[in-house]
Design a protein around this ligand. Sequence first.
Ligand code: NAD
Ligand code: TYD
Length: 339
Amino acid sequence: MTVIVTGGAGFIGSNFIFYILKKHPDYRIICLDKLTYAGNLSTLKYVMDLPNFRFVKADICDREAVDKLFGEEKPDMVVNFAAESHVDRSIEDPEVFLRTNVIGTSVLMDACRKYGIIRYHQVSTDEVYGDLLLDRPEMFFTETTPIHTSSPYSASKASADLLVLAYHRTYGLPVTISRCSNNYGPYHFPEKLIPLMIANALNDKPLPVYGKGENVRDWLYVEDHCKAIDLIIHKGTVGEVYNIGGHNEMRNIDIVKLICRELNKPESLITYVTDRKGHDMRYAIDPTKIHNELGWLPETKFADGIKKTIDWYLNNRDWWEEIINGEYRNYYEKMYANR
Ligand code: NAD
Ligand code: TYD
């Protein structure tokens, strides 16, 4: 089986590559990544020289490059993680989100149509459903919850989902979509809540909490997400959407306080800052469908996952310090100058 994994130099895509290479050592994995600010090639250094792994630096919007790669590799499956993924950046500048998240998805699917494929999987997000009220804890997102987006990021992801379903209906492309809740774990870019708070706390810098910190997210350990995608691409039903989440709702402020406790840092580092525009209040996934159909259940409890994550950031300071000081952007040139 040959699988193209796009966006594999980012947070979830890299964890997925590690998972799939271990679970299916006979598979050939090709990572296609543009290496935007969010992509870090050094993350893939442990797999880079494996004979069944190939890294290709390219933009998913570049038809010629995508076509060339598909022609060379004739992939059986494509798993699309490549995206602009940060809500705050989408509020500052929506355009690149439309380009990569929507146009890029259509370019990939056009190549799938041209070369034939047994599965195109779109990695989507629970943010396409909008948000839930804090005083209605009995409400959850199911796969039939209407799309109701808040940010340019979620609107671009929802647009891509609609396009994926349209390619299934119109062209018969064998697609699946997964909509996951917030992930946390190793290799999470330190501008997102959990890694940012860990890095700032370790540097005794302020911990910027938006608004009152009462917004709720449903946190899932990244490896559990990877396991769910592996199940969907092998056993999921074509044309279907699967929600992924672990019933682990936490308020932002409680996460930040927990990180302070774990790192033995004072809560006085917490600084309340102006709220995000259009800030979604609560996300919560009902994962009944993927549990009933594919037997998936989250395996890592939050209390264990957050400890593992904090330990990872403590033991891999180089990885995130090179991101903060910008050094990681030179890694590609350093590694590939003489190849
Ligand atoms: P990330 O920002 O860490 O990584 C994105 C990767 O995509 C980077 O390596 C980047 O270089 C690459 N990329 C961006 N634009 C590209 C382009 N035009 N061509 C090729 N590569 C490009 O993101 P992440 O957190 O790993 O998220 C991966 C996917 O999962 C995204 O589609 C995101 O919407 C979805 N998702 C994320 C979360 C989460 O909590 N992080 C939750 C649910 C769904
Ligand atoms: P984020 O990691 O950006 O994920 P998303 O917005 O996609 O859920 O943010 C998670 C939550 O943390 C969200 O409610 C915004 C909040 N937040 C802060 O309070 N401070 C921060 O510095 C960041 C990055 C996020």
